[in-house]
Design a protein around this ligand. Structure first.
Ligand code: BTX
Length: 324
């Protein structure tokens, strides 16, 4: 309801400060009994509202739910995240986002779920997406760029994710080309960028982001390669806050990209990269290439020099970094 919205707005603006029942009822123009009822409702939803005699009320904790209400409360973006499809359980947010993009969903539309039953990675690999612990979301972008520039967006998203993790945890994560975000060598986020395109022009980019946040453990098959923010820090995190930070970083970088091109993004990306300068094996669909990763090009492809001195340009691959 409108009162509920206004009440939450008052609480979040007040922060640590107590609001008296008197003040709240004046601001919202309803009785103190009505306010009290609304506060009880919020508590039932999982909000912790502290009440202290003579001081009043303040919001201590918000529910860790990934729904439109939670995501938009205090959201500072202009466009990203103002259209949200929130779901308890879906096969894949990516699949739903594709469908919405086909139907004309606007740029910045977010699809998010508490659980994915058929989350996927690249090449139809599966993405483990258990209920209530991670962030499984897809966002629709509609840049007017030629097709061959689309890979740049994967790198842009990787930078936004890395900045978000850095801001939330103080840990500086590593980016492994093209789409892995690692902490201590283990994957904490996977990014999947898919296109809807005409022969030469991008119509929509569907960016899927899977972030391991509050998981304490992983299934055996991925336990050796996967980690979460909780495992790395020993803390638990409020997921809506992370999504808000991510949407904000993403929008900022995206606007910068549309105005100034890929170069500023490339510089930021290089700052987080663990691939450049390393001996690597790049496994592509056409076989493996071993050599030194020289860098990325202005279009976001990876430059690898093999022992014979030849330079290869790699558009898509899984990278193994050789221990030196
Ligand atoms: P990828 O192909 O680079 O990585 C997939 C591989 O990562 C799997 O084969 C497995 O080894 C490992 N893996 C699976 N689940 C996890 C996990 N939770 N944490 C760490 N490692 C894991 C990466 O693909 C792109 C993933 C995108 C996921 C998002 S979630 C929202 C959206 N919806 C959807 O279906 N996919 C995207």
């Amino acid at each position: 309801s409108e009162t509920r919205k206004q009440l939450l707005k008052l609480f979040t603006e007040a922060g640590e400060t107590f609001l008296s029942g008197q003040k709240i009822s004046e601001q919202l123009g309803c009785s103190r009994t009505a306010i009290w009822k609304h506060i009880e409702d919020l508590r039932k939803e999982g909000f912790e509202v502290e009440a202290v005699r003579k001081l009043g009320y303040r919001l201590k904790k918000m529910p860790d739910k990934l729904n439109a209400n939670e995501l938009q409360l205090g959201l500072k973006t202009k466009r990203f995240g103002w259209s949200v499809y929130d779901q308890e359980s879906v096969p894949s947010t990516q699949q739903l986002a594709h469908q919405l993009a086909h139907e004309g969903a606007e740029e910045g539309t977010v699809v998010i779920a508490e659980e994915q039953t058929a989350g996927r990675g690249r090449l139809n690999r599966s993405w483990h997406s258990p209920k209530g612990t991670g962030i499984w979301m897809s966002i629709i972008l509609r840049p007017s760029i030629p097709l061959q520039q689309a890979p740049q967006l994967t790198l842009l998203v990787a930078v936004a994710v890395a900045q978000t993790i850095q801001e939330i945890t103080n840990i500086v994560p590593d980016i492994k080309w093209p789409n892995d975000i690692l902490i201590n060598g283990k994957k904490v986020v996977g990014i999947l960028t898919e296109l809807q395109a005409d022969p030469d022009q991008v119509r929509a980019v569907i960016v899927g982001i899977g972030m391991n946040v509050n998981q304490k453990q992983f299934p055996n098959d991925i336990a050796p390669i996967a980690t979460s923010l909780a495992i790395e820090t020993g803390r638990t995190f409020h997921r809506p806050k992370i999504v808000q930070t991510l949407l904000q970083k993403l929008e900022q970088l995206y606007e910068q990209y549309l105005q100034h091109g890929f170069l500023p993004i490339k510089l930021l990306w290089e700052g987080y990269s663990v691939t450049i300068g390393q001996q690597i094996v790049a496994r592509t669909l056409n076989g493996a290439i071993r050599g030194v990763a020289l860098g990325i090009t202005d279009s976001g492809t990876l430059k690898v020099q093999t022992e014979d001195g030849a330079v290869h340009y790699i558009y898509s691959a899984d990278i193994e970094i050789k221990k030196q």
